[in-house]
Write a protein that binds this ligand. Structure first.
Ligand code: FAD
Length: 198
């Protein structure tokens, strides 16, 4: 996702790039941005990166001279006509606001699964990600809705024959290659399931 953005991050552009983060980013992403911008500023709402990021990643950021980390800072407004020209930031302890020139604002705030429509039919975790396979077994016990002698299979939900793959699956690695891999594997499981019920 980073590389497609890079061409319009022009070298020597005087404006700063802002990264708004909630979750830890791979260190490579921040360093990647820093190669294309005069300055990259990470805005962190909390006190520091230390609570959510590994020490070695923080060290890598500190070693990159054009990356700055601003704690206690939120973006509260963005400005511009045809494209971004300024952002308004707010310091959380003082409440003071400041407007800064900016041509880019990258927001990394996680993802929310849109699974409400499944209702009670398919079991989900408290964040809405769909449970499957061993994740459905609580204390070794099968889910109440499960009707078969066998345990739910890998990638199989609490309803026999309904499978889940990709980002929406609880515990999945949120990467394209993982989603594609799970998708390829699940086809085999579906064939196995159909062979038994037909
Ligand atoms: C900002 C960002 C950067 C990322 N960078 C990388 C990266 O560099 N490398 C990498 O490997 N991964 C990256 N990822 C993760 C990667 O995009 C995901 O892991 C991958 O797209 C997951 O694929 P998926 O098919 O499981 O889900 P998605 O790609 O989210 O596809 C799900 C699809 O289902 C559709 N849908 C949802 N609800 C319904 C419904 N009720 N009916 C019909 N359709 C529905 C959605 O519209 C969507 O098209 C990034 C993700 C984000 C958000």
């Amino acid at each position: 996702m980073i590389s497609p953005a890079a061409p319009w991050l022009r070298h020597g552009d005087s404006a700063w790039r802002f990264l708004l983060r909630r979750k830890p980013l791979a260190s490579g992403r921040k360093v990647h941005f820093s190669k294309f911008a005069e300055k990259v500023v990470m805005l962190v709402r909390g006190i520091s990166l230390a609570s959510t990021m590994s020490h070695y990643l923080i060290e890598q950021i500190e070693k990159t001279s054009n990356i700055e980390v601003w704690p206690h800072t939120s973006v509260i407004a963005v400005h511009g006509e045809s494209r971004l020209s300024e952002i308004t930031i707010q310091c959380s302890p003082s409440g003071k606001t400041k407007e800064l020139p900016a041509t880019s604002l990258f927001i990394f705030i996680g993802a929310q699964p849109r699974t409400e429509w499944l209702g009670d039919l398919i079991q989900r975790d408290d964040r809405g990600f769909i449970l499957s396979g061993p994740d459905l077994l609580i204390g070794g016990k099968k889910p109440q809705s499960w009707t078969l002698d066998r345990d739910p299979g890998l990638l199989e939900t609490n309803v026999p024959g309904i499978f889940v793959v990709g980002d929406v699956r609880h515990g999945s690695v949120k990467r394209v290659a993982s989603g594609v891999g799970e998708g390829a594997v699940v086809v085999q499981f579906i064939h196995q399931y159909l062979a038994k019920v037909q």
